[in-house]
Structures are given as structure tokens and as C-alpha cells.
Design a protein around this ligand. Structure first.
Ligand code: N01
Length: 546
């Protein structure tokens, strides 16, 4: 029986409730969760702030936006028909292609009939007596359901800087994560890009092609490495299609669900010549190999990290003609891979172009946005367009923007005042019947692989509840504490823990997020999954159901 037919046959929703389940967000996790909830026969409503599906791939329409994971390792794996019918055109698909793909999924499963667009969730409150969640939208309407599933993303709450004068700018300005649907024409324009993370790097290399003048305001350089994107001819796509089982099996086995995984050797196990040849090979290969397929001690041994950093710094020096600009582009306060490595296509060569200028925003900070442009401590620049590539309030940011209230009206913010906690990223005691997809301390890496695991795990848990007649599900404090101990343990000794970035919970634009914390799960994806699967295998030990 089709999922749709199965859902139609279900008995009425529990008395007095509007829905069986509410899902917040229609990105990849919300879409897949909706499909799985229909299979369980749960009448589900998805609330989505945007006007279309896609989440990250709906909001991030900035020029040059594309995957850093190989396309065929990123798409959904659950639907064999979709794998057979869909062809990726590039090894690293662009945002428009990915948005088309996700719309095709929505069409195929007729998902939109259960999705309410332009519906931003403002608050969600647990009612113990009724065993239900009441969700309030920004338009003031309220909606009840037995189960609440957050599919709100890990990098989905954009953050703006707080420069004086921003509102007075007379030109156009955009945040990369809230990009307009209408194309922005940069040809012949004077453009500023603030920020040099993965979004900034992709934007810069695209805008540099047509802008009359591009000024990049860089506070902290990142270690970038070549993406080596290429078209996928039909014959190669056929070959990829034939290998899908092998590809997804590989993703299941690797540390971060990518096709790449750490080399079993340590950096200094091999001779200098062998090391150089290996690094050269990685630098010449597609994707994240240089970061997550490098020597296994890259992110734990200072000496190893310095060696790889030296190699990549030399590459930057070779690629950037002006030695002063090259030095500015080489990170000095953190080693290679200790922050997210943006993958690039001729990014460094942009700085050899006469229309591109790099400004060191640490040495000469931005003082204000003026009606005509940007004033730094030592110069005034005129711009037509300012792009804020200033990142996200990552990981828990999307949770902080919704007023979640659990048992006894306690807010999630209060519960997480000393840092977010969870049981395997998906449950939080005190918040019964709430399930977090890509919540804090889920395995990240190649995100859709984690999404599929999270959704399947939550679906199995709800199926178990259906079978046992349970209507209330909550993590125990002890199970959550044990998991958090593990989260803290695996972060010990990692060089990335010594560096400010969204991965360590730091965002200079958000009050209270200036200090490094263990903000994410840093163990391997297989270890993460084994822990979650073990809970299920023991009849959901650590989760109370009644
Ligand atoms: O954000 P970021 P992002 N004044 O936080 C600067 C994923 N992603 O959107 O580092 C001046 O990395 C800030 O400077 P500093 C990916 O996981 C994936 O680029 O704080 N500058 C930094 O340079 C990625 O890691 C893909 O000194 C300010 C930049 O803005 C994550 O999203 C593509 C400033 C923010 O960098 C986030 O990437 C894109 C200020 N007040 C993103 N505030 C793909 O898979 C901030 N900055 C391809």
C-alpha cells in the first residue's frame, strides 16, 4: 500500500488535537520526516517560514553556492527510484540544481499538501495533562499535536554584524543566508563582501568575475583548498548510479559520512618525500580529501598539523602573486583543518585580478556603514552592493529563536543556559515528545547522511510507541548525562577545540557566545550511530515511555 493510501486509512487524530505530529521546517530533514510519518499513518503538519521547500538550499541562493560534498554522496539514499531517475550534472551541484532536486522529491511524494508555507514558528509549549504540544506561529495562530519534531537545521539562523549606520546604506545589501529570489547583477558594480568563511569564499570567486570593483573585508583568513569540480557526463552518471550501494555503504563506514576518511598513517610515519607526494595528491583531488582524508593525526598532533599547514601555506604563496596579500590570506592563529575548510575554485587567483582588493579587517576594522559604502579605521570605500557573508548562530541558534517551553513551563533556553545538552542530539529530558533532527550533538559531517539516520531513528521510536500504546516519550536525565559525558570526552585533545569558530560555539555577533564550548559532537559518525542504535536495541533504554 502506498504511504499516501496508508495515511488516508488511519483513524482520527487523538481527540482534541489538530494533528498527530508537527514538524518545524521543510528542508531535507523535514521533507524526509514527513514521508516517514505518513508511513506510520501520523497526520502531520509541517510549518515552514519560506515560500518553498529546501531549507538551506532554499535560503542560500548567493552567487556560487554549491555543495562541498560529492553530489552523489549528498542526495537522499532511501528511494531507489529517485536514485535511478535523477542525474547530477556536476560532482558538486550548484544551489539551483539542489533546489530543483528537493522540489522533485516534494512533487513525487505530494508533500506540499501537508506543508504550510510562510509559517514561522514563534513558540511551542508542552501541556502535560493533554500530552500535547501547542505551537504558535508568528501570525498568532496556534496548532496542537501529540509529537513535535524540529527540523530547523544546524546552520540556519543567519547573523548580521552590528556596525553603526547599516540601516542608512543607500545601495543594496544582502546576507548570504537570506538571499533574494531575483538574480542580483554584479556586472559593473562596486561590491563589498564582509566575511571569508565557506559562504564568503564561494561568493567572492563568483562576484569577482563580473564586478567592476570587489573589496573583501577579511577578519580571519581560513585555510581553503581546491574543490576540483567538474561536469558529470551521462556515461559517468550511469557508472555512479551503478555504484550507489557501494557509495552509501562507504559513507556509512567513514568518520564523517563523506567519501573521504582519515588515512590510517600518522604524518611522520612516512618519509618527507612520501609525505609531500601524499599531500600533493590530496591537494589535486576532488573534495574534502585534504581535510578529512589526510593523515589521521592531522587534528590531534601539533607537529603534524604544522606540517600540513606549511604545505598549504606554500600553495597559497604560489597562487597569489603579491606576497603581502598572500601572507594576509594565510591563517596565522589556527592550523589547517581546525576550522571548517572552505573548498574553492580559483579563489586565491581572484586576488591577482586588478578589480579585487583584500582589506585586513583586524588591522583596519570596519567602523561604520555609511550611506555610500564602508568606513574603516583608515579609509572610506564607496559601494553599490554590500554582501554580508557573516555566518550563522550555529547549532543551537535556530532553537534559541523559538520559545520552547517543556515540563512546568521551563524554557529550553533556561535548560541550556550552561550549554546545550541532549541524548544523542535528538531528545532532551524535560521536553517530552519533542524530537530534534540535527539537534546539538548529532553527528554532522556529510549532513544528509545524518539526517537520514536521525529521521529513521525517530521514526522507529515513534513506531515502537505506537506498538506499545505509549503517548509520552522522554529521555531520562541519567541517559542524557551519560551521553554528554561521552560528547565531552571525545572532544578532549582536539586542536579544533583551541580555535574560535561556529564549531566551538563562538559567534562575535551574538551576545553570550564569545567563549569556546563543546558545541558539537566530534566523535565519529559510526560511534554516534552505534550509541543511538544501542538505545533502540535495548528497548529504548534511557527513554521513558508511557
Ligand atoms: O559562516 P562562517 P559561513 N565583522 O561563520 C566574518 C556551511 N556552509 O556562512 O572568522 C567582520 O564560517 C567571520 O570572521 P571571523 C559550512 O559548514 C557550507 O561562511 O569571525 N567579519 C567569518 O569570516 C560553513 O562552515 C557550504 O573573524 C565578520 C565570516 O564572517 C558554515 O556553513 C557553503 C563579522 C563568517 O564565516 C558557515 O559558513 C557555505 C563582523 N562583525 C556554508 N561577523 C557548502 O557546503 C562575522 N564575520 C558549500
Amino acid at each position: 500500500m502506498s504511504a499516501v493510501a496508508q495515511a488516508e486509512r488511519q483513524p482520527a487524530i487523538a481527540a482534541g488535537l489538530d494533528h498527530d505530529a508537527i514538524v518545524i521546517g521543510a528542508g531535507m530533514s523535514g521533507l524526509y520526516q514527513l514521508i516517514k510519518l505518513r508511513e506510520l499513518g501520523l497526520r502531520t503538519r509541517v510549518f515552514e517560514a519560506g515560500t518553498g521547500v529546501g531549507g538551506t538550499w532554499y535560503w542560500n541562493r548567493y552567487p556560487g553556492c554549491r555543495f562541498d560534498s560529492e553530489s552523489y554522496s549528498y542526495g537522499f539514499s532511501f528511494d531507489k527510484e529517485l536514485l535511478r531517475d535523477w542525474s547530477w550534472t556536476e560532482h558538486f551541484a550548484s544551489q539551483p540544481e539542489t533546489e530543483r532536486y528537493l522540489n522533485l522529491v516534494a512533487d513525487k511524494y505530494d508533500l506540499r499538501r501537508d506543508i504550510q508555507f510562510r509559517a514561522r514558528v514563534k513558540a511551542a509549549r508542552w501541556d502535560e495533562e493533554g500530552r500535547r504540544w501547542t505551537v504558535e506561529l508568528e501570525d498568532g495562530s496556534t496548532h496542537t499535536a501529540r509529537f513535535l519534531i524540529t527540523a530547523i537545521g544546524a546552520l540556519s539562523a543567519p547573523t548580521m554584524p552590528h556596525f553603526p549606520g547599516m540601516a542608512d546604506f543607500k545601495g543594496l545589501s544582502f546576507h548570504t543566508g537570506m538571499w533574494p529570489k531575483e538574480p542580483v547583477d554584479f556586472a559593473g558594480k562596486r561590491v563589498a563582501v564582509i566575511g571569508t568563511g565557506a559562504s564568503g569564499v564561494q561568493t567572492i570567486q563568483e562576484v569577482a568575475k563580473t564586478a567592476a570593483k570587489l573589496v573583501v573585508f577579511q577578519r580571519t583568513p581560513n585555510w581553503c583548498a581546491p574543490l576540483h569540480n567538474a561536469k558529470i557526463p551521462p556515461q559517468e552518471m550511469d557508472d555512479i548510479r551503478a555504484r550507489y550501494d557501494e557509495i552509501f555503504k562507504r559513507c556509512e563506514e567513514t568518520f564523517s559520512c563523506f567519501l573521504h576518511t582519515p588515512d590510517p598513517r600518522n604524518t611522520f610515519d612516512v618519509s618527507a618525500e612520501e609525505r609531500e607526494a601524499f599531500l600533493e595528491k590530496l591537494y589535486g583531488e576532488r573534495g574534502f580529501g585534504i581535510w578529512v582524508g589526510n593523515f589521521k593525526d592531522l587534528l590531534t598532533s601539533r607537529a603534524a598539523n604544522e606540517e600540513v599547514s606549511r604545505f598549504v601555506a606554500d600553495k597559497i604563496r604560489q597562487r597569489v602573486k603579491d606576497p603581502k596579500v598572500a601572507e594576509l590570506l594565510i591563517p596565522k592563529n589556527h592550523g589547517f583543518g581546525t576550522r571548517r575548510v572552505p573548498l574553492e575554485t580559483r579563489y586565491y587567483e581572484c586576488y591577482n585580478q586588478p578589480n579585487v582588493t583584500l582589506v585586513d579587517s583586524k588591522a583596519t576594522p570596519i567602523e561604520r556603514i555609511t550611506p555610500g559604502g564602508i568606513r574603516t579605521s583608515d579609509a572610506e570605500y564607496a559601494f553599490d552592493i554590500i554582501v554580508y557573508a557573516t555566518g550563522f548562530d550555529a547549532l543551537r541558534g535556530a532553537f534559541d529563536r523559538i520559545d520552547f517551553r517543556g515540563e512546568d513551563g521551563v524554557t529550553l533556553k533556561e535548560t541550556w543556559k550552561d550549554g546545550a545538552t541532549s541524548l544523542v542530539g535528538m531528545l532532551q529530558d524535560g521536553f517530552p515528545n519533542m524530537f530534534m533532527l540535527l539537534g546539538p550533538h548529532t553527528a554532522l559531517g556529510n549532513i544528509p547522511r545524518s539526517i537520514e539516520f536521525n529521521v529513521d531513528w525517530v521514526t522507529d521510536l515513534l513506531r515502537h510507541a505506537q506498538q506499545t500504546g505509549a503517548t509520552r516519550i522522554e529521555a531520562t536525565e541519567e541517559a542524557r548525562a551519560r551521553w554528554m559525558e561521552h560528547v565531552m570526552d571525545v572532544a578532549t585533545g582536539l586542536l579544533s577545540m583551541e580555535v574560535d569558530s561556529w564549531m566551538t560555539g563562538v559567534n562575535i555577533n551574538v551576545a553570550g557566545k564569545q567563549n569556546r564550548i563543546v558545541a558539537r559532537y566530534t566523535g565519529s559518525a559510526p560511534t554516534y550511530r552505534a550509541w543511538a542504535n544501542d538505545i533502540a536495541a535495548r528497548g529504548y533504554q534511557g527513554v521513558t515511555m508511557g
